[in-house]
Design a protein around this ligand. Structure first.
Ligand SMILES: Cc1cc2nc3c(=O)[nH]c(=O)nc-3n(C[C@H](O)[C@H](O)[C@H](O)COP(=O)(O)O)c2cc1C
Length: 494
């Protein structure tokens, strides 16, 4: 039977559950990728800066263990361009099903991969990057929140980023950063993410290529312990932040990371591991493991043991499925947990009662909420693009503010559709194409206001017929915000 967690991205990736192992360099090798994919998830090999020979060997390792699809992760910015081109060649020659890219946007790489029939995912840290990656051809976006372990691209907390990115793009969005439990996954699904990309929780598993020292430090981690720092910088573009567990480097024991001092602290075969480098301790490393980058996301405190990867995946899936089922039951019983309700002498069917009283019944409400969701999504995309195109800074700022509101309402509507037991629409309202056909920014802003006016009318019509107090309050807030935004845009247009 199909899991209740199944989303369209599962069909794209060829997996049963939308639980994706992050392509962690030095950690996500064939053993871990095979274990996750065989258990029904999806896995990326972490191949940043690795040789084409290693990529080929690791791909062969996964194929020997499982017939399921998998991916390879690469990072253009952290790789010598000649090596990066050779890595792409290897992925194309091996017909790797999916490649994920991170950090900088390499339009050329996306084009090469897509021309070879490879599905491309891009991990992003902001809405601006998400829109640019989609325009460049990314078919899946991974919204990475600031809670993430390893390199962190942005500064926005995951829940806010997911809502904003889902509103701004049309391709499936996966969430990454601090996700360690099924509750986390269920909550992000409620915000419109189609699934989760998980690093830290899979690092602390038996099959991961990380050193046992690193795995155990994650198991021992306490809440709020991780540190965001730029101290681990050798091998990467300057100014890149990572999230790690505290150690002698973050504690300042080794002095200024940018003093130019170069000190060997370990070995991986013949390769030297330098102090302040981005290498985290792998199984094959020896030396001062404590002083290496002990990457960990904010979910580390939730991880209590080093277990087989399939066990970790199954636990996340089981809890997420249960949370989603409980949410649906709670929506049906109006928040009262499955307690038996005695039949009313007047009317015993909740839905009939709603109709009789003049309130909108659940199916009608769901249709309207989905219609509003499509309209808000269209509005969010139009305002995001208009903000980027507007030559006038004040207009750009105004469009950004309207966009932030539209994105917020998308998240609110998505949540309510799910809470009422419906399926959120994935469509973008026809308003988007009509608005984007208008080249002049002022004319388009005036058209945006007409669209906002339509939303205001729709909200006024439905508000009188909404019985649930909390949904009523949310829709009333949305109405007020739309009225205010219409006034601000009108004022700007004069
Ligand atoms: C040890 C480690 C190594 C990572 N290496 C990479 C990498 O090579 N490429 C990449 O795109 N992301 C990398 N990441 C970031 C992940 O893609 C993802 O954003 C992150 O793991 C999600 O947060 P979480 O660790 O809290 O689950 C790494 C993360 C960790 C923890």
């Amino acid at each position: 039977m199909r899991s209740s967690l199944h989303t369209p991205v599962c069909d794209l990736l060829g997996c049963d559950y939308p639980v994706v192992l992050a392509g962690m360099g030095g950690v996500s090798r064939s053993g871990l990728v095979s274990a996750v994919t065989a258990a029904g998830g999806f896995g990326f090999l972490g191949m940043v800066r690795e040789s084409p020979e290693l990529i080929r060997a690791e791909v062969a390792g996964v194929r020997a263990a499982t017939g399921r699809d998998f991916g390879v992760n690469l990072i253009p910015a952290a790789t010598d361009p000649t090596l990066f081109a050779a890595e792409l060649d290897a992925c194309i020659a091996e017909r790797v099903p999916v490649v994920s890219l991170f950090w900088d946007l390499s339009v050329g790489a996306i084009q090469r991969l897509r021309a070879a029939g490879i599905l491309v995912a891009c991990q992003v840290g902001s809405v601006r990057e998400a829109v640019a990656a989609e325009q460049a051809g990314a078919q899946i976006l991974i919204a990475q929140g600031v809670e993430a372990g390893g390199h962190i691209r942005g500064t926005t907390p995951l829940a806010a980023l997911v809502s904003q990115v889902v509103a701004a793009v049309g391709v499936p969005v996966l969430a990454a950063g601090g996700i360690a439990t099924g509750q986390d996954l269920a909550a992000l699904r409620g915000l419109g993410a189609q699934g989760a990309v998980i690093g830290t929780a899979f690092l602390a598993t038996e099959e991961s290529y990380a050193h046992t020292y690193h795995k155990q430090r994650i198991v021992d981690a306490k809440a709020g312990m991780t540190v965001r720092t730029d101290a681990f910088h050798v091998n990467w573009p300057r100014g890149a932040y990572v999230r790690v567990l505290p150690n002698s480097v973050t504690g300042g024991v080794w002095g200024d990371p940018f003093s130019g001092r170069r000190e060997a602290i370990g070995k991986e075969g013949e390769r030297t591991i330098w102090l302040f480098s981005t290498d985290s301790p792998s199984r094959a490393m020896t030396g001062n493991l404590e002083a290496m980058a002990l990457y960990a996301g904010e979910g580390a405190a939730q991880i209590g043991a080093i277990v087989p990867a399939a066990e970790r995946l199954r636990a996340i899936v089981a809890v997420a499925e249960a949370a989603i089922a409980a949410d649906a039951v709670s929506a049906r019983t109006g928040g009262v947990d499955a307690a038996p309700v005695s039949a009313s002498p007047v009317c015993y069917a909740g839905e009939a009662d709603d109709r009789y009283m003049g309130f909108a019944a659940a199916d009608e409400l769901l249709a309207i909420l989905n219609e509003l969701l499509e309209a808000e999504r269209a509005g969010a995309r139009v305002t995001a693009r208009t903000a980027a195109e507007a030559p006038d800074a004040a207009m750009a700022e105004l469009m950004k503010q309207v966009y932030a509101d539209e994105a917020r309402w998308c998240g609110m509507l998505l949540g309510w559709v799910r809470r009422l037991g419906g399926t959120p629409s994935g469509q973008v309202g026809a308003f988007y194409d009509k608005a984007m056909a208008i080249a002049g920014i002022a004319e388009r802003a005036a058209f945006i206001n007409r669209g906002q006016g339509w939303v205001v009318r729709k909200l006024r019509e439905i508000l009188a017929r909404v019985r649930d107090d909390s949904l009523h309050a949310d829709l009333a807030d949305m109405l007020k915000a739309h009225e205010e935004n219409i006034a601000r845009v009108n004022e700007k247009l004069g």
